[in-house]
Design a protein around this ligand. Structure first.
Ligand code: SF4
Ligand code: SF4
Length: 416
């Protein structure tokens, strides 16, 4: 796709990058067929090819408009279009640049900006997030439905007790690193506990440095790139001494964090102090399924028939990380019969903060996804990312669990 960059964008490194991405698009439209928002709305401008066209026009000098931003905001950044694209167009990076520059030219309405600032100020900080949730349960009846449906009932479910972080020990076993993260550490700490239990049975110590925290994805998706890079640097600093000491891998149990950490090298490539460290961190980052399949023969699983299970592969796992079939292979090995799920490539509508910022579209996508997942009458739904897990659980009575929890339950009892 030929582009003509407007003079006001010349000499902007991001725009040079955007221009090169635009040139890789041949406008074939294959991506449109797999785009969830195009399928829902049927508008070319709510599909990848249309959004690429809008960004191209904006960079060529068409004035920024709220209409253009609306179509870009409706994008889930699910990256299904990247998986489909035969030309390797880096759509997510292009959309990130497009949104950032559009937002600089047409500021959002005050309420919208406040919502986004609140999300950035609260969600990446576990103590604040926990407090906000506790207050939220009290005030749930007065909150907008989009917010209320993500908050546990009051005085019903108490928030889970945080899983204690693994501080540095004199453990001489081989080490893998992990990330407690932000939302997962508050809402589903049992996921990290399950990872540690499985790694322990393989003879590994899991180190979770308490100085590490949010991976940076939330800030990045809300167009706060400098803030996201600060989170990345903090995590690199927290992991670095353990990497120097020989840590084998960084296991990211939330696939959303995994996709972000695997892209640290790209995100910090222009930072002379962190570029090389970021490259090494990204090279060590693994989804636990990748790591566990390498240790499959040593994994002490109890083999028995465990009934039908539906697996929802988060977009961050299947499209961003391109990890496909690995979790499924582990669950089948543990005795689950995975049911067929139609349109498994489609997003469930969680997509980070999308369920809060685009509640109507998000709800429609969730219902479609739940219908597909429940088609095979499973006894539970498994997934790989805390956001999808909570979002799907909000719409079904079936238990929705992280696959690591399910796998940990299939471990043979330890010999005493
Ligand atoms: S499939 Fe790729 S090359 Fe074709 S229109 Fe979509 S982004 Fe462009
Ligand atoms: S990232 Fe997802 S929602 Fe956005 S254009 Fe691509 S397929 Fe559509």
């Amino acid at each position: 796709m030929q582009t003509r960059i407007a003079p006001r964008f010349e000499n902007d490194a991001d725009i040079v990058e955007a221009d090169s991405i635009l040139r890789s698009c041949v406008h074939c439209g294959f991506c449109t067929a797999t785009c969830p928002t195009y399928q829902l709305l049927g508008d070319e401008l709510d599909g990848p090819r249309g959004r690429i066209y809008l960004i191209k026009e904006f960079l060529a000098g068409t004035p920024a408009s709220a209409e253009t931003l609306k179509h870009l905001d409706r994008c889930l950044t699910c990256r299904a279009c990247e998986t489909t694209c035969p030309s390797g167009v880096r759509y997510a990076r292009l959309a990130e640049i497009g949104r950032e520059h559009l937002e600089n030219e047409i500021p959002r309405p005050d309420l919208e900006r406040l919502k986004r600032s609140m999300l950035r100020a609260v969600v990446p900080h576990p103590a604040r997030f926990r407090l906000a949730l506790q207050l939220g349960t009290l005030f749930k009846p007065f909150l907008p439905e989009a917010l209320a449906r993500n908050i546990p009932e009051w005085p019903g479910t108490a928030l889970p007790v945080p899983h204690p972080l693994q501080a540095a020990t004199s453990d001489h076993r081989p080490t893998v690193l992990a990330l407690a993260g932000c939302v997962q550490s508050v809402m589903t700490p049992q996921t990290e506990a399950a990872l540690e239990q499985i790694a322990d049975r393989l003879g590994y110590h899991v180190e979770v440095p308490p100085e590490a925290g949010c991976c940076g994805a939330l800030s990045l998706h809300l167009n706060a790139r400098a803030e996201a890079q600060d989170y990345m640097r903090r995590n690199i600093d927290a992991w670095w001494p353990h990497i120097i000491a020989g840590a084998e891998a960084i296991l990211l149990s939330a696939s959303g964090c995994g996709s972000m950490v695997k892209e640290y090298a790209e995100a910090l490539q222009n930072d002379p102090d962190y570029a090389e460290k970021a490259r090494q961190v990204a090279a060590l980052a693994r989804d636990p399924s990748e790591w566990l399949l390498e240790h499959l023969e040593a994994l002490p699983l109890e083999h028995k028939n465990r009934g039908p299970l539906a697996f929802h592969a988060p977009c961050s796992l299947q499209h961003a990380q391109r990890v496909q079939g690995k979790v499924e292979a582990l669950l089948e090995r543990a005795g689950y019969q995975l049911t067929a799920v139609a349109d498994a490539h489609l997003c469930c509508g969680s997509a980070g903060t999308y369920s809060i910022l685009q509640p109507d579209l998000s709800r429609q996508l969730r219902q479609q996804k739940l219908d597909a997942l429940q088609q095979g009458e499973p006894c539970a739904i498994a997934t790989a990312n805390v956001g999808c897990q909570l979002h799907l659980q909000g719409g079904t009575e079936l238990p929705v669990r992280h696959w690591l929890e399910l796998l940990a339950e299939t471990l043979l009892p330890e010999k005493s």
